[in-house]
Write a protein that binds this ligand. Structure first.
Ligand SMILES: Nc1ncnc2c1ncn2[C@@H]1O[C@H](COP(=O)(O)OP(=O)(O)OP(=O)(O)O)[C@@H](O)[C@H]1O
Ligand SMILES: [Mg+2]
Length: 436
């Protein structure tokens, strides 16, 4: 008989002395526990578990079969370095010959990055001289052009009216667009509004409607679209484009910071800008990042998510990798109730991101993140303690904890903390004047 607490007591007899070693040494001792380091693409930083360099390039990894699509989701609480990572990836990818588009920058923090690489910043806002025509054509085939413009108008009207359009409103908008395009090869939103208030009698008769009925059926539509002509967004999207996209520009940023904190104005502007961007992207080729920083502000609008998703479906054909930046994965749930179309669309966006990068998450978000991303218990436990600049990278069949290293030259253009430190932010370097 042994006494309780003796050398053979349960739990003591077989206990091995604790062994401590660096994660680099342990990775050598247990290589089957650590994914092989990612050496394809631009340098991001170091693998925090192995100390090895960590690189990333969604196109090459996709080509090698390591990713099922090139899109990336990046989530993390405020101030953890999400934008810094996105900007670093942009800068380093440009050095590797890629191009970068930021189709909506609500905080105006991407302009210094674009200026640093000789890119173009298009600033849109009340009182500013630049206008973009969302009805610019990206195709040459007239039927395709008509469909693209109609889809865009439907999306803009749905955002403005906070609802889907009725079948009769689709017909009215279709007829108004046809009539506006007959008078002008590249119609504008005011042209469509004019056609809504003076419907074509022959087209109305063909649809078994009178002119008066047409006007009445399109009344709400016209009110919604008028916001872009006479409302708070007047002067942004209500005329021919003053700015053509330079297909050779390494970076194009659409700075929407002048719109302030009005989410609805941002959604409308992003919807209109997506039409202009489609046209611009179709005219250029090569591998391009399209970066949606602060995307959580956009994910409340179902028409905009629909547009994002249809753009994403085409991204592989266009050679585009989308990067969606959120605070938390539950941002995707905020769009609608479980089981709703909106929620399915948002979940589709997540499913279409083969690479998921998670920065620090609050503890109440752990269950959502673990379920959505299929995290292991240690990965889940890591999320609330990740320091700034360190993220969990999940790719099919592999995970890495990566410390993002900023170069000192990059620090000057990615610093968003200057005001908090009481320092004056680095003066923006102005690019060469662009005609507007
Ligand atoms: N890897 C890093 N090394 C050193 N500093 C960093 C790193 N990443 C970010 N920072 C600094 O942290 C600050 C906040 O970073 P950033 O603006 O990228 O955070 P964020 O997650 O995008 O915040 P928000 O949610 O408010 O947009 C910046 O001033 C940036 O310079
Ligand atoms: Mg940010």
């Amino acid at each position: 008989m042994t006494r309780p607490g003796g050398v053979l007591a349960a739990g003591r007899a077989l206990r091995l002395p604790a062994h401590r070693a660096s994660s680099a040494t342990l990775a050598g001792a247990y290589p089957f526990l650590v994914a092989p380091s990612c050496t394809t693409g631009v340098l991001v930083g170091t693998d925090a578990l192995t100390g090895e360099p960590f690189c990333f390039d969604p196109w090459d990894l996709y080509a090698a079969g390591a990713l099922t699509n090139p899109n990336v989701l990046l989530a993390g609480v405020i101030g953890q370095g999400k934008s810094a990572l996105a900007k670093s990836l942009a800068l380093r990818s440009i050095a590797a010959g890629r191009r970068v588009y930021v189709p909506g920058d609500p905080k105006g923090e991407w302009a210094p990055v674009a200026h640093a690489v000789g890119g173009v910043v298009v600033r849109l806002g009340p009182g500013l001289p630049t206008r973009l025509n969302p009805l610019d054509a990206s195709a040459t085939e007239p039927a395709v052009v008509h469909t693209q413009r109609l889809r865009l108008l439907v999306a803009v009207a749905a955002v403005a009216l906070h609802r889907d359009l009725a079948a009769v409103e689709h017909a009215v908008l279709d007829a108004a667009l046809t009539s506006a395009a007959a008078d002008c090869p590249v119609p504008t939103i005011p042209d469509v509004l004019a056609a809504l208030s003076r419907p074509d009698a022959v087209a109305a008769r063909a649809d078994a409607a009178s002119v008066i009925e047409r006007v009445n059926d399109g009344r709400e539509l016209a009110h919604g679209l008028r916001r872009l002509v006479r409302g708070d967004l007047a002067g942004l999207f209500d005329g021919p484009s003053t700015q053509a996209l330079d297909p050779d520009a390494p970076m194009v940023v659409l700075d929407l910071s002048a719109l302030g904190s009005d989410d609805e104005a941002l959604e409308l502007a992003m919807t209109c800008a997506s039409g202009w961007l489609d046209a611009a992207l179709a005219g250029s080729t090569g591998r391009r990042w399209v970066i949606y920083d602060e995307a959580w502000r956009l994910l409340r609008s179902v028409p905009l998510i629909r547009r994002l998703q249809s753009q994403w479906k085409l991204s592989r054909a266009y050679g585009i990798a989308n990067l969606l930046v959120l605070h938390r994965l539950s941002d995707l749930d905020a769009v609608g109730a479980a089981g709703s179309e909106a929620r399915a669309l948002a979940e589709g966006l997540l499913a279409d991101c083969s690479t998921r990068i998670v920065y620090r998450q609050e503890s109440d978000q752990l269950a959502t993140a673990a379920t959505a991303l299929g995290l292991t218990r240690p990965e889940r436990d890591l999320l609330p303690v990740l320091p700034r600049g360190v993220g969990l990278w999940k790719m099919p069949g592999r995970s890495h904890v990566v410390r993002h290293h900023l170069h000192t030259d990059e620090l000057a253009v990615v610093d968003t903390d200057a005001a908090m430190r009481g320092a004056s932010p680095a003066p923006p370097q102005r690019p060469p004047e662009v005609a507007s």
